[in-house]
Design a protein around this ligand. Structure first.
Ligand code: NAD
Ligand code: MG
Length: 389
Protein backbone atom coordinates (compact mmCIF):
# COMPACT_ATOMS: atom_id res chain seq x y z
CA UNK A 1 0.00 0.00 0.00
CA UNK A 2 1.46 3.37 -1.08
CA UNK A 3 0.57 6.48 0.94
CA UNK A 4 -0.01 9.27 -1.53
CA UNK A 5 -0.04 13.06 -1.18
CA UNK A 6 -1.69 14.89 -4.08
CA UNK A 7 -0.58 18.52 -4.28
CA UNK A 8 -3.16 20.32 -6.46
CA UNK A 9 -5.82 17.60 -6.24
CA UNK A 10 -8.62 19.80 -7.60
CA UNK A 11 -6.88 20.51 -10.90
CA UNK A 12 -6.83 18.62 -14.16
CA UNK A 13 -3.83 16.42 -13.24
CA UNK A 14 -5.09 16.08 -9.66
CA UNK A 15 -8.48 14.83 -10.88
CA UNK A 16 -6.88 12.35 -13.31
CA UNK A 17 -4.64 11.10 -10.49
CA UNK A 18 -7.62 10.45 -8.21
CA UNK A 19 -9.40 8.72 -11.08
CA UNK A 20 -6.51 6.25 -11.46
CA UNK A 21 -6.21 5.84 -7.68
CA UNK A 22 -9.95 5.06 -7.38
CA UNK A 23 -9.42 2.08 -9.72
CA UNK A 24 -6.84 0.53 -7.33
CA UNK A 25 -8.05 0.85 -3.73
CA UNK A 26 -5.83 -2.11 -2.82
CA UNK A 27 -2.67 -0.26 -3.93
CA UNK A 28 -2.99 3.39 -2.91
CA UNK A 29 -4.15 5.26 0.15
CA UNK A 30 -4.66 9.03 -0.01
CA UNK A 31 -2.81 10.70 2.84
CA UNK A 32 -3.30 14.36 1.91
CA UNK A 33 -5.12 16.46 -0.68
CA UNK A 34 -4.47 20.15 -1.36
CA UNK A 35 -6.18 22.94 -3.27
CA UNK A 36 -5.99 26.66 -3.76
CA UNK A 37 -9.59 27.83 -3.22
CA UNK A 38 -11.97 25.10 -4.43
CA UNK A 39 -13.68 24.16 -1.14
CA UNK A 40 -16.63 22.30 -2.65
CA UNK A 41 -14.55 20.01 -4.87
CA UNK A 42 -12.00 19.36 -2.14
CA UNK A 43 -14.86 18.51 0.26
CA UNK A 44 -16.21 15.92 -2.18
CA UNK A 45 -12.73 14.48 -2.71
CA UNK A 46 -12.31 14.22 1.08
CA UNK A 47 -15.59 12.31 1.39
CA UNK A 48 -14.52 9.89 -1.32
CA UNK A 49 -10.85 9.35 -0.39
CA UNK A 50 -10.86 10.03 3.38
CA UNK A 51 -7.39 11.62 3.57
CA UNK A 52 -5.72 12.29 6.92
CA UNK A 53 -5.07 15.89 5.84
CA UNK A 54 -6.54 18.50 3.53
CA UNK A 55 -4.89 21.84 2.79
CA UNK A 56 -6.36 25.10 1.47
CA UNK A 57 -4.47 28.34 0.94
CA UNK A 58 -6.74 30.73 2.89
CA UNK A 59 -7.85 30.34 6.50
CA UNK A 60 -11.43 31.38 5.63
CA UNK A 61 -11.91 28.55 3.12
CA UNK A 62 -10.08 26.13 5.43
CA UNK A 63 -12.54 26.97 8.23
CA UNK A 64 -15.44 26.47 5.82
CA UNK A 65 -14.09 23.04 4.80
CA UNK A 66 -13.53 22.10 8.48
CA UNK A 67 -17.18 22.83 9.28
CA UNK A 68 -18.44 20.90 6.28
CA UNK A 69 -16.31 17.86 7.18
CA UNK A 70 -17.36 17.92 10.83
CA UNK A 71 -21.04 17.98 9.91
CA UNK A 72 -20.42 15.09 7.50
CA UNK A 73 -18.80 13.20 10.41
CA UNK A 74 -15.36 13.01 8.86
CA UNK A 75 -12.13 13.52 10.77
CA UNK A 76 -9.76 14.85 8.07
CA UNK A 77 -7.46 17.46 9.61
CA UNK A 78 -7.70 20.73 7.64
CA UNK A 79 -4.56 22.87 7.46
CA UNK A 80 -4.03 26.18 5.72
CA UNK A 81 -1.35 28.27 4.05
CA UNK A 82 1.70 27.72 1.88
CA UNK A 83 3.72 26.29 4.81
CA UNK A 84 1.10 23.54 5.21
CA UNK A 85 1.68 22.49 1.58
CA UNK A 86 5.34 21.87 2.37
CA UNK A 87 4.38 20.18 5.63
CA UNK A 88 2.14 17.56 3.98
CA UNK A 89 4.68 17.06 1.17
CA UNK A 90 7.20 15.84 3.76
CA UNK A 91 4.94 13.83 6.11
CA UNK A 92 6.91 10.84 7.43
CA UNK A 93 4.06 8.47 6.44
CA UNK A 94 4.06 9.74 2.84
CA UNK A 95 5.65 7.45 0.25
CA UNK A 96 4.68 9.27 -2.92
CA UNK A 97 3.97 12.90 -3.74
CA UNK A 98 2.11 13.90 -6.90
CA UNK A 99 3.32 17.46 -7.64
CA UNK A 100 0.37 18.89 -9.60
CA UNK A 101 0.11 22.49 -8.43
CA UNK A 102 0.29 24.88 -11.36
CA UNK A 103 3.06 27.47 -11.65
CA UNK A 104 5.70 28.81 -9.29
CA UNK A 105 3.46 28.06 -6.27
CA UNK A 106 4.43 24.41 -6.75
CA UNK A 107 8.16 24.96 -6.32
CA UNK A 108 8.63 25.03 -2.54
CA UNK A 109 6.33 22.07 -1.68
CA UNK A 110 7.83 19.97 -4.49
CA UNK A 111 11.37 20.81 -3.41
CA UNK A 112 10.41 19.94 0.17
CA UNK A 113 9.21 16.51 -0.98
CA UNK A 114 12.52 16.06 -2.83
CA UNK A 115 14.56 16.95 0.26
CA UNK A 116 12.46 14.49 2.28
CA UNK A 117 13.45 11.70 -0.13
CA UNK A 118 9.95 10.92 -1.38
CA UNK A 119 8.98 9.27 -4.65
CA UNK A 120 7.97 12.33 -6.66
CA UNK A 121 5.58 12.23 -9.59
CA UNK A 122 6.44 15.51 -11.26
CA UNK A 123 3.71 17.27 -13.23
CA UNK A 124 4.69 20.77 -12.06
CA UNK A 125 7.27 21.49 -14.78
CA UNK A 126 7.76 25.02 -13.42
CA UNK A 127 9.78 23.51 -10.54
CA UNK A 128 12.46 22.31 -12.98
CA UNK A 129 12.28 25.42 -15.16
CA UNK A 130 12.81 27.75 -12.21
CA UNK A 131 15.18 25.75 -10.05
CA UNK A 132 16.48 22.81 -12.09
CA UNK A 133 19.92 22.54 -10.52
CA UNK A 134 18.68 23.06 -6.94
CA UNK A 135 15.89 20.52 -7.41
CA UNK A 136 18.04 17.86 -9.11
CA UNK A 137 20.69 18.27 -6.41
CA UNK A 138 18.01 17.76 -3.73
CA UNK A 139 16.88 14.58 -5.49
CA UNK A 140 20.44 13.27 -5.69
CA UNK A 141 21.42 14.03 -2.13
CA UNK A 142 18.23 12.72 -0.50
CA UNK A 143 17.98 9.62 -2.71
CA UNK A 144 14.44 10.61 -3.77
CA UNK A 145 12.92 8.95 -6.85
CA UNK A 146 11.86 11.31 -9.64
CA UNK A 147 9.33 10.16 -12.23
CA UNK A 148 8.24 12.59 -14.95
CA UNK A 149 4.48 12.84 -15.49
CA UNK A 150 4.49 15.40 -18.30
CA UNK A 151 3.47 13.11 -21.19
CA UNK A 152 6.51 13.90 -23.36
CA UNK A 153 9.02 13.37 -20.57
CA UNK A 154 7.25 10.26 -19.43
CA UNK A 155 7.56 8.96 -23.00
CA UNK A 156 11.28 9.81 -23.13
CA UNK A 157 11.79 8.16 -19.74
CA UNK A 158 10.15 5.01 -21.13
CA UNK A 159 12.22 5.10 -24.34
CA UNK A 160 15.58 5.59 -22.59
CA UNK A 161 17.48 2.52 -21.37
CA UNK A 162 16.21 1.27 -17.98
CA UNK A 163 18.31 2.77 -15.19
CA UNK A 164 19.51 5.59 -17.49
CA UNK A 165 22.40 7.23 -15.63
CA UNK A 166 22.26 10.79 -16.97
CA UNK A 167 24.83 10.32 -19.75
CA UNK A 168 23.11 10.40 -23.15
CA UNK A 169 26.20 9.65 -25.21
CA UNK A 170 27.19 6.68 -23.04
CA UNK A 171 23.66 5.34 -23.63
CA UNK A 172 24.09 5.71 -27.38
CA UNK A 173 21.51 8.48 -27.67
CA UNK A 174 21.91 10.93 -30.55
CA UNK A 175 18.93 13.22 -29.93
CA UNK A 176 15.70 13.63 -28.03
CA UNK A 177 12.68 14.39 -30.21
CA UNK A 178 10.09 16.27 -28.17
CA UNK A 179 6.68 16.21 -29.82
CA UNK A 180 4.27 19.16 -29.72
CA UNK A 181 0.66 19.30 -30.85
CA UNK A 182 1.15 22.85 -32.13
CA UNK A 183 -1.87 23.95 -30.08
CA UNK A 184 -5.16 25.43 -31.24
CA UNK A 185 -3.47 28.14 -33.35
CA UNK A 186 -1.05 25.94 -35.26
CA UNK A 187 -2.39 27.06 -38.64
CA UNK A 188 -3.28 30.66 -37.74
CA UNK A 189 -1.72 33.51 -39.72
CA UNK A 190 0.07 36.33 -37.85
CA UNK A 191 -3.00 38.49 -38.54
CA UNK A 192 -5.37 35.93 -37.04
CA UNK A 193 -3.11 35.53 -34.00
CA UNK A 194 -3.60 39.22 -33.19
CA UNK A 195 -7.24 38.75 -32.27
CA UNK A 196 -7.42 35.38 -30.52
CA UNK A 197 -9.31 35.24 -27.21
CA UNK A 198 -8.63 33.37 -23.93
CA UNK A 199 -11.61 31.09 -24.71
CA UNK A 200 -10.05 30.10 -28.05
CA UNK A 201 -6.64 29.62 -26.43
CA UNK A 202 -8.11 27.31 -23.77
CA UNK A 203 -9.90 25.11 -26.32
CA UNK A 204 -7.05 22.69 -26.98
CA UNK A 205 -7.66 20.26 -29.87
CA UNK A 206 -6.30 17.12 -28.11
CA UNK A 207 -5.87 17.67 -24.37
CA UNK A 208 -8.17 18.95 -21.60
CA UNK A 209 -5.96 20.91 -19.20
CA UNK A 210 -5.91 23.80 -16.74
CA UNK A 211 -6.13 27.33 -18.17
CA UNK A 212 -2.50 28.34 -17.64
CA UNK A 213 -0.97 25.35 -19.42
CA UNK A 214 -3.62 25.67 -22.15
CA UNK A 215 -2.46 29.21 -22.94
CA UNK A 216 1.15 27.99 -22.76
CA UNK A 217 0.27 25.31 -25.33
CA UNK A 218 -1.34 27.90 -27.59
CA UNK A 219 1.76 30.15 -27.47
CA UNK A 220 4.11 27.14 -27.56
CA UNK A 221 5.70 28.37 -24.35
CA UNK A 222 4.60 25.02 -22.96
CA UNK A 223 7.02 23.32 -25.36
CA UNK A 224 9.70 25.85 -24.42
CA UNK A 225 9.23 25.04 -20.72
CA UNK A 226 9.34 21.35 -21.64
CA UNK A 227 12.67 21.76 -23.47
CA UNK A 228 14.09 23.19 -20.23
CA UNK A 229 12.39 20.41 -18.24
CA UNK A 230 13.96 17.77 -20.54
CA UNK A 231 17.37 19.40 -20.14
CA UNK A 232 17.29 18.88 -16.35
CA UNK A 233 15.57 15.50 -16.31
CA UNK A 234 17.83 13.82 -18.86
CA UNK A 235 20.96 15.96 -18.68
CA UNK A 236 20.48 16.93 -22.33
CA UNK A 237 21.96 20.12 -23.80
CA UNK A 238 19.66 22.41 -25.77
CA UNK A 239 21.25 21.26 -29.05
CA UNK A 240 20.22 17.65 -28.40
CA UNK A 241 16.52 18.48 -27.93
CA UNK A 242 14.58 18.86 -31.17
CA UNK A 243 10.93 19.92 -31.07
CA UNK A 244 8.75 18.13 -33.62
CA UNK A 245 5.19 19.33 -34.27
CA UNK A 246 2.89 16.30 -34.43
CA UNK A 247 -0.74 17.47 -34.49
CA UNK A 248 -2.36 14.11 -33.60
CA UNK A 249 -0.58 13.92 -30.19
CA UNK A 250 -0.37 10.13 -30.43
CA UNK A 251 3.42 9.85 -30.32
CA UNK A 252 4.28 11.43 -26.98
CA UNK A 253 8.01 11.80 -27.77
CA UNK A 254 10.96 9.84 -29.18
CA UNK A 255 14.57 8.98 -28.46
CA UNK A 256 16.95 8.64 -31.42
CA UNK A 257 19.97 6.34 -31.00
CA UNK A 258 23.32 6.39 -32.83
CA UNK A 259 22.52 3.13 -34.66
CA UNK A 260 19.53 4.82 -36.35
CA UNK A 261 16.90 3.29 -34.05
CA UNK A 262 14.19 5.65 -32.90
CA UNK A 263 12.15 4.54 -29.89
CA UNK A 264 8.82 6.19 -29.21
CA UNK A 265 5.97 5.86 -26.75
CA UNK A 266 2.46 6.07 -28.21
CA UNK A 267 -0.97 6.28 -26.71
CA UNK A 268 -4.22 8.19 -26.66
CA UNK A 269 -3.74 11.74 -25.39
CA UNK A 270 -4.92 11.12 -21.83
CA UNK A 271 -2.77 12.00 -18.81
CA UNK A 272 -4.00 8.97 -16.88
CA UNK A 273 -1.45 6.87 -18.84
CA UNK A 274 1.70 8.66 -17.58
CA UNK A 275 0.08 9.06 -14.15
CA UNK A 276 -0.61 5.31 -13.87
CA UNK A 277 2.94 4.62 -15.08
CA UNK A 278 4.37 6.86 -12.36
CA UNK A 279 2.09 5.53 -9.63
CA UNK A 280 2.89 1.87 -10.27
CA UNK A 281 6.49 2.16 -11.54
CA UNK A 282 8.19 -0.19 -12.33
CA UNK A 283 4.97 -2.19 -12.69
CA UNK A 284 2.03 -1.44 -15.01
CA UNK A 285 -1.55 -0.96 -13.88
CA UNK A 286 -4.82 -0.18 -15.68
CA UNK A 287 -5.44 3.55 -16.09
CA UNK A 288 -8.93 3.68 -17.57
CA UNK A 289 -7.48 4.94 -20.88
CA UNK A 290 -8.99 3.34 -23.98
CA UNK A 291 -6.70 1.19 -26.15
CA UNK A 292 -5.06 3.10 -29.00
CA UNK A 293 -6.88 2.39 -32.25
CA UNK A 294 -4.23 2.84 -34.96
CA UNK A 295 -6.79 2.32 -37.71
CA UNK A 296 -8.73 5.27 -36.36
CA UNK A 297 -5.55 7.36 -36.07
CA UNK A 298 -4.78 6.34 -39.69
CA UNK A 299 -2.33 9.18 -40.40
CA UNK A 300 0.41 10.85 -38.44
CA UNK A 301 1.96 14.14 -39.51
CA UNK A 302 5.17 15.86 -38.53
CA UNK A 303 6.42 19.40 -39.15
CA UNK A 304 9.11 21.77 -37.91
CA UNK A 305 8.02 24.37 -35.35
CA UNK A 306 7.48 27.91 -36.68
CA UNK A 307 9.63 30.11 -34.47
CA UNK A 308 8.45 33.31 -36.18
CA UNK A 309 4.77 32.85 -35.36
CA UNK A 310 5.57 31.22 -31.99
CA UNK A 311 8.50 33.24 -30.58
CA UNK A 312 7.95 31.87 -27.05
CA UNK A 313 9.72 28.69 -28.06
CA UNK A 314 12.85 30.66 -29.11
CA UNK A 315 12.73 32.69 -25.92
CA UNK A 316 12.80 29.47 -23.88
CA UNK A 317 15.79 28.06 -25.82
CA UNK A 318 17.49 31.43 -25.34
CA UNK A 319 16.87 31.31 -21.56
CA UNK A 320 18.10 27.72 -21.33
CA UNK A 321 21.32 28.64 -23.14
CA UNK A 322 21.77 31.74 -20.96
CA UNK A 323 21.45 29.52 -17.86
CA UNK A 324 21.49 30.74 -14.24
CA UNK A 325 18.37 32.69 -13.32
CA UNK A 326 17.28 33.23 -16.96
CA UNK A 327 14.73 30.36 -17.01
CA UNK A 328 13.24 31.55 -13.69
CA UNK A 329 12.91 35.05 -15.16
CA UNK A 330 11.31 33.61 -18.31
CA UNK A 331 8.86 31.58 -16.22
CA UNK A 332 7.87 34.47 -13.96
CA UNK A 333 7.35 36.87 -16.88
CA UNK A 334 5.30 34.19 -18.64
CA UNK A 335 3.07 33.62 -15.60
CA UNK A 336 2.34 37.37 -15.35
CA UNK A 337 1.75 37.65 -19.11
CA UNK A 338 -0.56 34.62 -19.23
CA UNK A 339 -2.60 35.86 -16.24
CA UNK A 340 -2.93 39.28 -17.93
CA UNK A 341 -4.03 37.64 -21.20
CA UNK A 342 -6.59 35.44 -19.39
CA UNK A 343 -7.80 38.62 -17.67
CA UNK A 344 -8.15 40.30 -21.09
CA UNK A 345 -5.62 43.02 -20.16
CA UNK A 346 -3.23 42.19 -22.99
CA UNK A 347 -3.42 40.62 -26.45
CA UNK A 348 -2.11 37.14 -27.18
CA UNK A 349 0.87 38.47 -29.15
CA UNK A 350 1.82 40.72 -26.23
CA UNK A 351 2.76 37.59 -24.22
CA UNK A 352 6.14 36.99 -25.97
CA UNK A 353 6.77 40.74 -26.18
CA UNK A 354 6.42 41.13 -22.42
CA UNK A 355 8.65 38.11 -21.72
CA UNK A 356 11.32 39.42 -24.08
CA UNK A 357 11.22 42.83 -22.41
CA UNK A 358 11.63 41.32 -18.94
CA UNK A 359 14.47 39.01 -20.06
CA UNK A 360 16.27 42.00 -21.58
CA UNK A 361 15.73 44.15 -18.48
CA UNK A 362 17.26 41.80 -15.93
CA UNK A 363 20.84 40.55 -15.65
CA UNK A 364 21.31 36.79 -15.44
CA UNK A 365 22.76 35.65 -12.12
CA UNK A 366 24.15 32.30 -10.95
CA UNK A 367 21.75 30.02 -9.06
CA UNK A 368 23.38 28.70 -5.89
CA UNK A 369 20.31 28.11 -3.75
CA UNK A 370 16.53 28.42 -3.62
CA UNK A 371 16.74 32.06 -2.49
CA UNK A 372 18.55 33.02 -5.72
CA UNK A 373 15.61 31.56 -7.65
CA UNK A 374 12.94 33.18 -5.50
CA UNK A 375 14.66 36.57 -5.76
CA UNK A 376 14.86 36.34 -9.56
CA UNK A 377 11.23 35.25 -9.68
CA UNK A 378 10.09 38.20 -7.52
CA UNK A 379 12.18 40.71 -9.45
CA UNK A 380 10.94 39.45 -12.83
CA UNK A 381 7.32 39.62 -11.65
CA UNK A 382 7.72 43.20 -10.51
CA UNK A 383 9.38 44.26 -13.79
CA UNK A 384 6.63 42.49 -15.77
CA UNK A 385 3.87 44.14 -13.73
CA UNK A 386 5.50 47.55 -14.18
CA UNK A 387 5.45 47.07 -17.95
CA UNK A 388 1.79 46.07 -17.87
CA UNK A 389 0.74 49.39 -16.31
P1 NAD B 1 -5.00 23.22 -12.97
O1 NAD B 1 -5.09 24.69 -13.07
O2 NAD B 1 -6.09 22.39 -13.55
O3 NAD B 1 -4.84 22.78 -11.44
C1 NAD B 1 -3.92 23.40 -10.61
C2 NAD B 1 -4.02 22.89 -9.18
O4 NAD B 1 -3.12 23.67 -8.38
C3 NAD B 1 -5.40 23.05 -8.54
O5 NAD B 1 -5.63 22.01 -7.63
C4 NAD B 1 -5.28 24.38 -7.79
O6 NAD B 1 -6.16 24.46 -6.69
C5 NAD B 1 -3.84 24.33 -7.33
N1 NAD B 1 -3.27 25.68 -7.17
C6 NAD B 1 -3.31 26.69 -8.07
N2 NAD B 1 -2.67 27.78 -7.58
C7 NAD B 1 -2.22 27.43 -6.35
C8 NAD B 1 -1.49 28.12 -5.35
N3 NAD B 1 -1.11 29.39 -5.50
N4 NAD B 1 -1.18 27.44 -4.22
C9 NAD B 1 -1.56 26.16 -4.03
N5 NAD B 1 -2.26 25.47 -4.94
C10 NAD B 1 -2.58 26.09 -6.09
O7 NAD B 1 -3.59 22.81 -13.62
P2 NAD B 1 -3.21 21.44 -14.35
O8 NAD B 1 -3.57 21.52 -15.79
O9 NAD B 1 -3.67 20.29 -13.55
O10 NAD B 1 -1.61 21.54 -14.29
C11 NAD B 1 -0.90 21.29 -13.09
C12 NAD B 1 0.58 21.20 -13.42
O11 NAD B 1 0.78 20.04 -14.24
C13 NAD B 1 1.12 22.38 -14.20
O12 NAD B 1 2.42 22.64 -13.78
C14 NAD B 1 1.12 21.90 -15.64
O13 NAD B 1 2.12 22.50 -16.42
C15 NAD B 1 1.42 20.42 -15.45
N6 NAD B 1 0.92 19.56 -16.54
C16 NAD B 1 -0.41 19.49 -16.79
C17 NAD B 1 -0.89 18.69 -17.82
C18 NAD B 1 -2.36 18.57 -18.10
O14 NAD B 1 -2.73 17.79 -18.98
N7 NAD B 1 -3.23 19.27 -17.41
C19 NAD B 1 0.02 17.98 -18.62
C20 NAD B 1 1.37 18.07 -18.33
C21 NAD B 1 1.82 18.86 -17.28
MG1 MG C 1 3.52 18.02 -21.96
Amino acid sequence: MQNLVVLGSTGSIGGSTLDVVSRHPDKFKILALTANTQVELLFNQCLQFKPGYAVLLEEKSAQHLRERLVSAGQDTEVLCGAAALAQVAALPEADTVMAAIVGAAGLVPTLTAAKAGKKILLANKETLVMAGNVFMEAIRSSGATLLPIDSEHNAIFQALPPGYDGDLSRSGVRRILLTASGGPFRNYSPQQLQHVTPEQACAHPNWVMGRKISVDSASMMNKGLEVIEAHWLFNASADLIQVVVHPQSVIHSLVEYVDGSVLAQLGNPDMRTPIAYGLAYPERIASGVAALDLFKVATMNFEAPDLIRFPCLSLAYQALRAGGTAPAILNAANEIAVAAFLDKQIAFLAIPRLIETVLAALPVATVRCLEDVLNADAEARSVALRHLR
